[in-house]
Design a binder for this molecule. Structure first.
Ligand code: 4AD
Ligand code: MG
Length: 456
């Protein structure tokens, strides 16, 4: 169908005075005796295009201007009195009728209500802005790595090894329900892969394989977590950005993470000024100032041990008691990022017992060279570490966690053949989108959120 993107009409003056065809959905309309006006949106821009209809010279179907109706409009582009452009309609054709029980009406709907209609919520201004920012930021992530000699690899989604530890993987099976098998081994042996398989929680282990050949790699794909966390920050299927860098130690990867976060935020702000202004107005007052401050300030780097001291010395009443060795809870993370520093904070050198087997053990024997990046309002957006390159120490850490060596033979061999220091991190894509849009529930940053008890 020959037509022009509405975005182009707003951006290119050459269309003024020209006759064009546009397509889109009616967002609002009003009719008087002699004139009618409709705002059309085709999804290419946050702004709607005003269609001006002279009722005395143009006839159109009675239902054409109903909310949600899909139209094709032919007309001349003219400068609008209030700035920008509009179209003086000459032909109006209905592409798709929209009856009066259309759930999206003129009023502002709550995000909770919109979650019940995921197939229609995309047609609101909020989701128009969310998904453009999501798309632009995905592009910015690829650009960041592509222009710095990283190779983009696609880690498998079905995997036989668990990266982050037991108890949170979705199983992949072709077995129907049955009681045929006596033992778990027998059950898995007879399954499709002849062993237990699941949906990957992280592409890291395969990312390390690639980094040991290509030096610098990144993955960008879905990861799956079956944990029963019904919070505004958890979904069972999320998009995961995972760079892995050979010859990088913890301070190097921290520098890369900070530079990447700042670069992709800047690129997104540059490409989506209207969307960011929209979020500032409707979701987080002061968002633009917050983002500019992120770009100009150095992120804080704080030792876990020091973080525990700060928490213990504070006069805040925490629900979860604080002791060296404990995992930081959301309330602790919020206190540190929001009240103490009010900026992104890398917490480094966590106790080894609360972290994963693959993290490099520090000389103190108690901590690992790992960091989480915590940000105000969201909490953890990045999990990061230098990897254990020493075979003996790696095996010892696996043994301590009851892991079977035969499940990780490829990973172990990387330490045998030409092992080098290397580091990487995982960025939760929806988590950084929460931070950049100020929208506080992760379910509103992904097309179809999958959470406990919720899939469609
Ligand atoms: O901290 P995590 O579990 O780290 C890893 O998976 C490492 N293997 C990454 C690596 O080093 N390559 O997860 C990394 C990030 C978290 O910081 C968070 O942003 C996001 O993934 N994430 C989730 N996002 C949404 N919903 C969930 N259930 C998430 N679980 C993790
Ligand atoms: Mg983590």
């Amino acid at each position: 169908m020959q037509h022009i993107d509405i975005k182009c009409l707003f951006e290119e003056a050459k269309y003024i005075g020209e006759k064009v065809t546009v397509c889109g959905w009616v967002r609002t309309s009003r009719e008087s005796k002699t004139m009618a006006f409709a705002e059309l949106n085709d999804g290419t821009s946050l702004k709607h295009l005003q269609i001006v209809i002279d009722r005395e010279s143009l006839e159109y179907p009675a239902t054409a201007l109903r909310l949600g109706t899909a139209l094709k409009v032919e007309g001349v582009v003219v400068e609008a009195r209030q700035g920008g452009v509009e179209i003086n309609a000459e032909v109006i054709e209905i592409l798709g009728e929209c009856p009066l029980d259309y759930p999206l009406q003129k009023k502002r709907h709550t995000l909770e209500f919109l979650r019940t209609i995921p197939h229609l919520r995309t047609r609101t201004n909020t989701f128009n802005a969310v998904f453009r920012v999501r798309s632009v930021m995905a592009g910015a992530i690829h650009k960041y790595f592509q222009t710095r000699n990283y190779t983009y690899v696609n880690a498998p989604i079905i995997t036989g090894s668990d990266c982050e530890g037991a108890g949170e993987m979705f199983r992949v099976t072709t077995h129907p329900f049955n009681h045929e098998y006596k033992t778990e081994e027998e059950y898995y042996e007879n399954d499709f892969f002849g062993k237990k398989a699941g949906l990957s929680v992280s592409g890291q282990l395969e990312g390390e394989v690639a980094a040991m050949a290509f030096g610098k790699i990144y993955t960008f794909g879905p990861s799956f977590r079956a944990e029963n966390s019904n919070t505004p920050r958890h979904v069972a299927e999320f998009w995961h950005v995972e760079p892995e860098v050979a010859f990088a130690e913890l301070p190097d990867i921290i520098e890369i993470a900070e530079d990447m976060i700042k670069t992709i935020i800047k690129d997104t702000m540059d490409a989506c000024p209207e969307e960011i202004a929209f979020f500032d107005k409707h979701f987080e007052k002061g968002l633009i100032d917050k983002l500019n401050k992120i770009l100009s300030d150095k992120f804080e780097v704080l030792d876990y041990t020091k973080a525990i001291e700060i928490l213990k010395e504070s006069d805040k009443e925490f629900v979860y008691p604080v002791e060296w060795g404990c995992d930081l809870q959301t309330e602790h993370e919020r206190y540190i990022t929001e009240e103490v520093f009010n900026k992104p904070v890398f917490i480094i050198n966590y106790p080894k017992d609360i972290k994963s087997f693959y993290m490099k053990q520090n000389p103190d024997g108690k901590t690992v060279a790992a960091t989480d990046l915590l940000v105000p309002g969201v909490g953890e957006i990045i999990g990061c570490s230098e990897r254990e390159a020493d075979l003996e120490k790696l095996l010892e850490a696996m043994k301590a966690r009851g892991m079977r060596e035969e499940d990780y033979t490829d990973y172990i061999e990387l330490r045998k053949f030409g092992s080098v220091p290397h580091s990487g991190f995982g960025l939760g894509f929806e988590r950084i989108l929460m931070y950049v849009t100020g929208i506080s529930n992760i379910r509103d940053l992904i097309l179809y959120p999958r959470t406990v008890g919720n899939v469609r």
